[in-house]
Design a protein around this ligand. Sequence first.
Ligand SMILES: [Fe+2]
Ligand SMILES: [Fe+2]
Length: 379
Amino acid sequence: MDKKSFFSVRYDLITRDKVIPYDLYVNSSSLANKQKFVRIYPRGDELTRDDLERFKKKYIQLYVSEDQRKLYMRSLVDSETVEDVDTVSFIKDSAIQYLHNVFDPKKEFSTDLLYETIEGCKDAVENMIDVLDDYSIEGLRGLIGNLSSHDFYTYDHSINVSMYCIKILRVLKPNATRSELVHAGLGGLLHDLGKIKVPTEILNKPDGLSDDEYNVIKTHPDLGINLLKDDPEMKQLEDLDLRIIGRVVHEHHENWDGKGYPNGLKGKEIHIFARICAIADFFDAITTKRSYAKVMPISEALGVMEKTVNKKIDEKIFKIFAAHIGYSKVKTTKELKMADDFDPCMPYSEFPLEEVKEMFEGEDFGKIRMIDDKGKRKK
Ligand SMILES: [Fe+2]
Ligand SMILES: [Fe+2]
């Protein structure tokens, strides 16, 4: 990220009546295409409501420098007056900026750039953990619905998956350490890292992919781990074990029954954070609005996911996830089943759902009279 650049800040999101932990700037250039930033208030001084009102009358826009982004982000998390949706929007924008460092095809990929991205993403994840602390999974889904979306689907999806991974680990292991939460969240944020190497036309295709295109998509777990392994020593970043993040990147499309990809790992051979990520990935793909796919209400989504336990997803994790989502029980209006080859990475204009007809096959319910469409009793 360019350390010499600045980002604009909303007046209502600036720390007030407290010591301000970042410097405030204005753009003093009168030329539209030029920028000259001048500091108007130093960090470490108390900024009052009146000061802000004065600034508001004088300046259309205030700015903070990029190298103080982390301080500004923290001030939002710590604030008692800023709404969570505004805080999470800023964290999301920041995570997108960091991800953009590596996902932007115009930038040349380097391991240093990747490490810089991971450091920035770690900061975003740390802040997410604190903001999302009081949220249920259902509450988080509501929050996600209120965030604006980016036209590059992978950014929104990665951030949502990261937030769900944090929440799922929290319900799975209420005493999870901060480091475990950070690794699970970062794994979620970077799980589709390998998609950097997949052409955007394929990623953003609004409908089914050809077999060849799908085979290209399916290489992303291998591509992702290769990017992380580019440095043979797998340099360790402060407080981070990249091998764990690497396992999420590599194993999030493995299935519980061994029929996933790329290596056909089975059951507990798959890292627990990758199993969590698979559930987060699945849930986000079917419940979050993507420009061209219909979304499912939570109750229906859970019903559909439940039918993949022990095949695609880990039963134990799913049960705890479903029990803590905010719904007391899994209920569906129709019994729906997702096609066995459903892949959250595939763009679908319609999900490959099938109605389950054979659910109670062979069961004797005694004499039940069926009611036809017109409400008449069938004999
Ligand atoms: Fe993926
Ligand atoms: Fe994904």
